[in-house]
Design a protein around this ligand. Structure first.
Ligand SMILES: Cc1ncc(COP(=O)(O)O)c(C=O)c1O
Length: 473
């Protein structure tokens, strides 16, 4: 029996005999810690985790938690958790899940319940993907569960997976955890963050097993044009690679852009498509996702057997969440009300873009999809050495939480991701605080430069303080 500190205190004060007995028998955490277990070795995390990075919930989050425990109120622009910002899952979806709760206590088929998989099958047909049967559909605890399943079944130690940089860091993390080597291909900011097909080609080796494509993209919010998607399919076909297409934002689209499912562009290239209710249906917590295997499955029989084994081993996905899928995918698509001009997500994207790009030295490719922007901090204006440290300082000074660009496997400390989910007033407040912090940094840095240039006249010719101040704005 464990009694928490609060109860222990209450019991001592109240002197209730029964509770006091329990308190006396309960191990005091302080006593337990001081006794220790002499035969216990120091426990270290496994070496498999040595190269795993997931800074969306990393040290900045730990510091944020500490600050919240101290009673500070934070504005969290670090995670795409829609419910936390008042975006509700569609009521009909909620009700159908509740209605089916009595049918959800048992394990389901390891790939998922029939009705949900049938709905996913129809969804793939509507997207133009051919040849998908019920057997090709796996339901999971969100797309995350299935992404880990797909990499675990695919990669032997040292096998390479091509991943975008920047990426949604789960992909790089699970590639490493699966024993594989993540190899990042460039998404080119100068070209609207579109994948650089030459770079993809250049990075293919005999150990390359597949290409990950995140479209629409997190963290850049960019939607890829069809010719680029076709280019990726061609490369995969030429080198016999699997395509892993993460399309969880396929309905979070602004400005009337259209999403093309990668799987719809070929009938031969083996493609695994990942999606979920998390974003388009504002139901991250339902943990309801799906994976669809399409293309030529003949040559991939053994891999598919591996996927089946892993699906069987974890028995099944969360069953109440599975019941939400059929209702969500059919009928009225309320996400469209949020993303159309004047809709809440559309308004927030406009505002966040306008405010962020008004900050001197900050530029950004305007997102056409998803919930994020990935702005650039001009290194001449913001010569940041360690961006994690920089955004930790920003958190402490402003109580606004962001994730630094290197947290998305971007190699230089010159970007950050912002989530534009808060209401407009909160976004104004948050970005106002960020702007002030960056303004203070510019002023401080300009002053430092002034001192160093005074000390070394040779540098004056390179970048005068006046020139620098003008750049900094
Ligand atoms: C690109 C991308 N893929 C996958 C996921 C995971 O989604 P799920 O909640 O379905 O596990 C996320 C979550 O933010 C994401 O941004």
């Amino acid at each position: 029996m464990n009694i928490s500190g609060g109860w222990r205190q209450a019991a001592i004060i109240g002197r209730h005999p029964v509770i006091n007995d329990l308190v006396d028998q309960a191990p005091d955490p302080a006593r337990r810690a001081s006794h220790g277990n002499p035969s216990m070795k120091t426990l270290k995390k496994s070496s498999k985790l040595a190269h795993v990075l997931y800074d969306i919930r990393g040290p900045i989050m730990d510091r944020a938690k500490q600050m919240e425990d101290e009673g500070q109120h934070l504005i969290k622009l670090n995670i795409g958790n829609l419910a936390a910002f008042g975006f509700d899952a569609p009521e009909e979806v909620q009700l159908d899940m509740i209605r089916n709760l009595p049918n959800s206590a048992g394990y389901s088929d390891s790939k998922g319940i029939f009705a949900a998989r049938k709905a996913v099958m129809h969804y793939t047909q509507a997207q133009g993907t051919q040849g998908v049967t019920l057997d090709d559909i796996y339901l999971g605890n969100g797309a995350s569960d299935l992404i880990a399943m797909a990499t675990n079944a695919l990669l032997d130690d040292g096998d390479e997976l091509l991943l975008p940089a920047p990426d949604y860091p789960l992909w790089t993390a699970v590639t490493s955890l699966s024993g594989g080597s993540p190899v990042h291909y460039l998404c080119d900011e100068a070209n609207g963050w579109i994948p650089d097909l030459d770079d993809i080609r250049a990075k293919i080796t005999p150990r390359t097993k597949g290409i990950v494509v995140i479209n629409p993209n997190n963290p850049t919010g960019v939607l890829y044009p069809d010719d680029v998607l076709r280019g990726i399919v061609d490369i995969a076909r030429e080198f016999g690679l699997v395509i892993l297409a993460d399309e969880v934002y396929d309905k979070v689209l602004y400005d009337d852009v259209q999403h093309t499912a990668l799987a719809s562009l070929s009938t031969d290239v083996l493609t695994l498509t990942f999606n979920s209710l998390s974003k388009s249906y504002r139901a991250c917590g339902y943990r309801a996702g799906w994976m669809v295997v399409s293309g030529d499955k003949g040559a991939a029989r053994d891999y598919i057997e591996g996927l089946d084994m892993l699906a069987n081993m974890r028995l099944c996905a969360n069953v109440p969440g599975q019941w939400a899928i059929q209702t969500a995918l059919g009928g009225y698509q309320s996400i469209n009300d949020l993303v159309r001009e004047g809709g809440r997500l559309h308004r927030q994207r406009e505002l966040a873009y306008e405010l962020i790009t008004a900050i001197p030295g900050v530029t950004c490719v305007k997102p056409q999809a998803a919930l994020y922007m990935f702005p650039r901090l001009d290194p001449e204006v913001y010569p940041i050495q360690d961006d994690r440290q920089f955004f930790l300082q920003l958190l402490e000074a402003t109580r606004v939480m962001l994730v630094q660009g290197t947290g998305f496997n971007w190699s230089r400390p010159d970007h950050f991701r912002i989530v534009f989910l808060p209401h407009e007033a909160d976004l104004r407040e948050a970005i106002g605080r960020i702007a002030k912090f960056l303004g203070d940094y510019r002023a401080k840095h300009a002053k430092q430069r002034l001192v160093s240039v005074d000390a070394d006249p040779a540098e004056q010719a390179v970048d005068s303080p006046v020139k620098l101040a003008a750049k900094a704005g």
